[in-house]
Design a protein. Structure first.
Lengths: 319, 319
DNA sequence: TTGTAAGCGTTATCAG
DNA sequence: CTGATAACGCTTACAA
């Protein structure tokens, strides 16, 4: 592969002049510049990013570290992040598993957006302490260089549940996501709070895993019982969709026999019958917002340490 | 951030000795090594990947370039790729849009798995010619350093359609994906071939886009017609699911009134009623396979230039 | 077993 | 406006 040295030689200039020309510096004679650019094209030269990154001590890469590549929520958020980063000439690097750690440890990114609880607080704090800006979306960490953006889970679920209780539902169950998931825990807090306020106790707690399949299995278990809830709040839409599928297969009417609600407002939820009541988060907008904050941080501009995506209760046919 | 220089100084050795020790070279005295390792821990030193990559002229990163972050198919394939790369100590870097191009051009990856028709053949050929190994999953390119792994779309769809024609379906329509998508085009070829062999002509061709929403809209259009197909092959499961949703909402019976089949065998397709007839591709296994080939290439081992994921027809309730 | 020094491909400082 | 030259942080002959 051609290097800047080859370009300089072909154009008959020094390496530094070539570098100036290629980087659009104003201090190089138009004619020389043309010659250099031409030589570069001739050789189809492209700067070696690694070398540039080493010298400049920055990569222009933003890491997005997620615990899995699955799910409509991630898709949309990632797409939002991607768009905004692209507009500002940053590269998006999505990774998962040990790769994420490596990329962080080896500083192959200038900053990272983290949605992966496999990366410990300590690691995050350590790199933040060394100047790596981090935006964390799945937990709360108070630390220099660590920013958090969290969904207002508690309050949103609280409002939804309060509405439902007013509507008359009484035997209220919760279909949970993974126990260690921040979003799941906070959603449960909101759920419980609403019930407590009305002197109700949870009618059931089912352990799901945020997936359609998980919700489906819970549904299949549920129909074996005789004593069923009249309302199930699901910690996300995907569980809700799986659950509804199972209920429908047993001819349990939604919402007449059991009402269901979810969280996220993913597209499929609005295509099924009955349309899913849910809490709408604009994930794409959130992604854009998060990316914009990261860019501002990297450009040295002042940003708020904590910011939220918007969310609102969306009552539909399933309740 | 501490550098190897700091470690060397703290341990009272030269930089090269520190490097040897840190890289587990056998030529360093156990005691010295211990001292160095201790110093490294003390400073919580981690090598600067960029510098190492520059020197070694390799990154240990494999790029996976996709045209969008959406969809269950990508999720599973990516997860397979991730697992295998991780097992062999390579980092996975997933990217999309202009970032992909940058990472490729700037050689921040050692090789790339490409599923993004926004990256032109010419660019791919150019980098391949300069020694960058590429595995392309969405088109056929014959070129040194470019490997292809393609689903056997044509033959699989051909078999499915032949079976359906034998079952007695006569008015056979095709719900397409994006026109420029390789998979869509090849699936149509198989569809047409089966029809031709039985002297049938396609009853309809609907332009979809591989999404649930797209299929749903087609379905909504379809029910306005009086003259309907009795079988619709959908270029992927997601379109099929959207289509079925729309049909069900209008109380059109599946398969009695209209039969439906898809392609991919995604999880939701087997949770809905009726269960979707489809062509099953084990995407996770495919991802693993692709990653393994990439690793072999990078390790200089011999590999086949072209390989396929397995697929099979899976007849279910929807036909 | 350890140290010296060259060099990976850039950018940036400083003279000319 | 252009050119030497020194880094960036690491690996790796080669020398000691």
């Amino acid at each position: 592969m051609p290097t800047i040295k080859d370009v300089a030689k072909l154009a008959g200039v020094s390496i530094s002049t070539a570098s100036y020309a290629l980087n659009d510096q104003p201090n190089v004679h138009p004619e020389t510049k043309a010659r250099i650019l031409h030589a570069a094209k001739e050789l189809s030269y492209h700067p070696h990013g690694i070398a540039r990154n080493l010298k400049k001590r920055q990569t222009n890469n933003v890491g997005v570290f997620i615990y899995a590549f699955a799910g409509p929520v991630f898709s949309e958020t990632l797409e939002g992040i991607r768009q905004t980063l692209q507009e500002h000439d940053f590269n998006i690097i999505v990774s998962s598993g040990t790769s994420s750690m490596n990329l962080l440890l080896e500083r192959q990114v200038d900053g990272a957006i983290v949605f992966d609880n496999h990366i410990s607080d300590d690691v995050l704090k350590h790199y933040a302490a060394h100047g790596m800006p981090l935006i964390v979306l799945d937990r709360l960490i108070q630390e220099e260089n660590i920013y958090t953006s969290l969904i207002d889970n508690e309050s949103l679920v609280y409002h939804l549940m309060s509405d439902m209780i007013k509507k008359g539902y009484q035997r209220l169950a919760y279909l949970a996501g993974p126990e260690n998931a921040f979003n799941n825990r906070m959603r449960y807090v909101g759920f419980e709070k609403a019930l407590k306020e009305h002197r109700l106790t949870p009618f059931g707690y089912f352990q799901g895993d945020f997936t359609i399949q998980g919700g489906y299995h819970i549904g299949k278990e549920l129909i074996k019982r005789k004593n069923r809830p009249d309302f199930i709040f699901c910690a996300n839409d995907e569980s809700a969709i799986g659950l509804m599928q199972a209920l429908k297969e047993s001819n349990i009417r939604i919402p007449e026999d059991i009402a269901v609600a979810g969280f996220d407002h993913i597209a499929i939820g609005q295509l099924i019958t009955p349309k899913l009541t849910t809490i709408s988060i604009d994930h794409k907008a959130w992604g854009k917002m998060v990316a914009k904050v990261m860019i501002d941080i990297l450009k040295g501009e002042k940003v708020t340490r904590s910011f939220r995506p918007e969310g609102k209760v969306l009552v539909n046919e399933s309740c």
